[in-house]
Design a protein around this ligand. Sequence first.
Ligand code: GRF
Length: 205
Amino acid sequence: MPARLVVLVSGSGTNLQALLDACTDPAYGAEVVAVGADRDGIEGLARAARSGVPTFVERVGDHDDRAAWDAALSEAVAAHRPDLVVLAGFMKLVGPAFLGRFGGRTVNTHPALSPSFPGMSGPADALTYGVKVTGCTLFVVDEGVDTGQIVAQVAVPVEDDDDVDSLHERIKTAERAMLVEAVGVMARDGFSVEGRRVRLGRAAR
Ligand code: GRF
């Protein structure tokens, strides 16, 4: 049985698309069973719909407070019985209810080399700082901002004439490949977390 993935998005969904494309190969070992979002009208949801994948939206503003939103999001995700939850450009922090249910099996992709440049503006912060190498990080989600245990990282050069958009696009190319590769191994062969360290593959189980 392929591993069941629920993917959460907030934007253009190119990382989601990379997963959808990978999942068309039965040998990949995973299927996207649902896509959720924190807002309507985004390309990420349209990509899911075009692939025939069910979608759901939980907007913070539709709930009394953040905790109620977190509980509702958890319920919506749980309804699709995921083995693994993938945050792919999901621009909200999940809360205690979500982590209580899906902690240890939720991964997020971040466009910087953790622990450098956490937060919403990783590519801009890398450019401002002047680093010559940045990249992307896949990590196991915890309660912090991009602080979870690192599953995979890929380095990306910063070019002299980069602006935020050109750098972010180069990072996203690496990010999509990293995500597809790492999620595939997690789905097919499992993973383990020990302290800060994540091990991928059969030996890890
Ligand atoms: C990715 O770089 C992700 O890491 C960041 O936002 C971007 C989302 O891109 N948080 P997309 O929606 O997958 O195209």
